[in-house]
Write a protein that binds this ligand. Structure first.
Ligand code: FAD
Length: 452
């Protein structure tokens, strides 16, 4: 820092991978202090609340993300929702720049009759519950014997695989104790994974598909007819590997397992049927042309199911006062600089991660994405004068309102408690799924450190 200048302050909104990768890129510039503002008491976004609990290797990226939070120039401000507890105007007042990394947490809908019947849920509801997200503590009854999962991507596979996993497999993961208790009631026998287009168009990663075959207690059912004409000479490696696996399963000897995952391609749901709750789903058969476009055939079938989970994509939530591209479900930007309706950058406001590019890519994609945004931000900071000579402080704004924020030590206290519960239950971690306990544990820590 040159004499007479002061460190710049940047707020990052959202402590998911995009937010923490952005904070890391910013703090590695020696004259930037970063506050990461997160609505939940806990960091890591969908790494904690989306990635499947039986994928511990993927979840281990939290060790890298935790090191970001340990950085002396980075503060965690948890339990604070931008748009509710503090406003965009507060952020613009307190910081030289703001990076929005609020993700894409809203499921896309199917737009068909019956979608709001009890027993028709979004993948977010189901995934968030088994992952212990405090907004979804109540969870779902697991009394459906037959389940339709709509979608042919990895989230659909996650949902299907978790539903058929024996309880003892989940008991080795970090799911909340309340979720494990509910698994005793799990009656799932059949999961139908339903894709609009053919097997060669499915977005499954081969690793995830193969994993399904490794659960000895589960059979996979693929109709040979769905594979006829699935051409692969021009397909990429992933698609060829998927087709090989699906062919192997369709030709193989059925396993005598009670639980089955049944793949249904070229089908789209047109209605969810039921009087007071889901009783069946009606599907139309589709054809797909060379360009991948689908057309209805007018042939229908009805499958009895008691639960429908839609896993057909995500979009971001609009934030009060910020531009929003409703069609794309993202915050409009140019190289990470948020732009208004005329494409003009808003000074000091940036976006990264799923809120910027939509729900695509793997966790690591958010790193290069965040770097692009931070690079634009730092270029702009280098050419603008510091705008807050005295500087309004975010802690003063928060102190004037009712919300209490959870700092880094508060989160570490939650972390230690979860590890302790896990040790007592014979596993690495047992997640705490409710707001009251999370905030109690975290805020007790803060009170202990600042007695008054
Ligand atoms: C079910 C599921 C499974 C997945 N599995 C994998 C996998 O196995 N491997 C893989 O590579 N990728 C996986 N992904 C993708 C990966 O999780 C995403 O790429 C990544 O989490 C996106 O990062 P993000 O930071 O943009 O958003 P998020 O991770 O969603 O983080 C956004 C954060 O912003 C916070 N926030 C939102 N609004 C506000 C607000 N107004 N104020 C303050 N904070 C706010 C949220 O609470 C959240 O913590 C999965 C995604 C899902 C949905």
């Amino acid at each position: 820092m040159t004499a007479g200048t002061r460190p710049r302050r940047v707020a990052v909104v959202g402590a998911g991978p995009a937010g923490l990768f952005a904070a890391d890129a910013l703090a590695s510039q020696s004259d930037v202090d970063v506050d990461v503002v997160e609505r939940l008491p806990t960091p890591y976004g969908l790494v904690r609340y989306g990635v499947a609990p039986d994928h511990p290797t993927i979840k281990s990226v939290v060790h890298t993300l935790q090191r970001v939070l340990d950085h002396e120039r980075i503060r965690f401000i948890g339990g604070i929702e931008v748009g509710r507890d503090i406003l965009r105007a507060d952020l613009l007042e307190c910081y030289d720049a703001v990076v929005y990394t609020t993700g894409a947490a809203i499921d896309r809908r199917l737009g068909i009759p019956g979608e709001d019947l009890p027993g028709s849920v979004s993948a977010t509801e189901f995934v968030s519950w088994y992952n212990g997200h405090p907004d979804f503590e109540r969870g779902l009854p697991l009394d459906a014997e037959s389940v339709a999962v709509i979608g042919a991507g990895n989230v659909a596979l996650d949902v299907g695989r978790i539903l058929v996993r024996p309880r003892e497999h989940l008991a080795r993961t970090d799911v909340p104790a309340s979720v494990l208790a509910r698994w005793n009631e799990n009656r799932t026998l059949d999961v139908h994974v339903i894709g609009r287009r053919g097997p060669e168009h499915a977005k499954f990663s081969s690793k995830e598909l193969r994993e399904l075959g490794l659960i000895a207690e589960v059979d996979r059912v693929v109709r040979p007819a769905d594979l006829v004409g699935a051409h692969e000479p021009t397909a990429d490696r992933r698609t060829r590997a998927n087709l090989d696996l699906l062919r192997e399963w369709s030709a193989g000897v059925p396993r005598p397992s009670a639980r089955k995952v049944r793949f249904r391609f070229f089908r789209t749901p047109v209605e969810i049927i039921g009087r007071t709750r889901v009783e069946a789903v009606r599907l139309e058969r589709l054809t797909v042309d060379g360009s991948g476009a689908t057309a209805g055939t007018g042939e229908f079938e009805t499958i009895p199911v008691q639960l429908v989970v839609r896993a057909v994509g995500y979009r971001s939530a609009a934030l009060p006062g910020l531009p929003f591209d409703a069609a794309g479900g993202v915050i409009p930007h140019n190289g990470g600089r948020i732009v208004d309706g005329a494409g003009v950058p808003l000074p000091g406001e940036y976006v990264a991660g799923w809120a910027k590019r939509g729900a695509t890519g793997v966790i690591g994609t958010n790193k290069s994405d965040a770097r692009e945004t931070v690079s634009a931000l730092l270029d702009d900071l280098a050419t603008t004068a510091a705008k807050r000579p005295a500087g309004q402080r975010i802690e003063d704004v928060l102190a004037a309102g009712p919300a209490r924020w959870i700092d880094h030590e508060g989160w570490r206290r939650i972390d230690r408690e979860e590890l302790g519960r896990g040790a007592r239950e014979g596993r690495a971690r047992s997640k705490i799924p409710d707001w009251a306990t999370l905030t109690d544990i975290a805020l007790r820590a803060t009170a202990e450190r600042f007695p008054d």
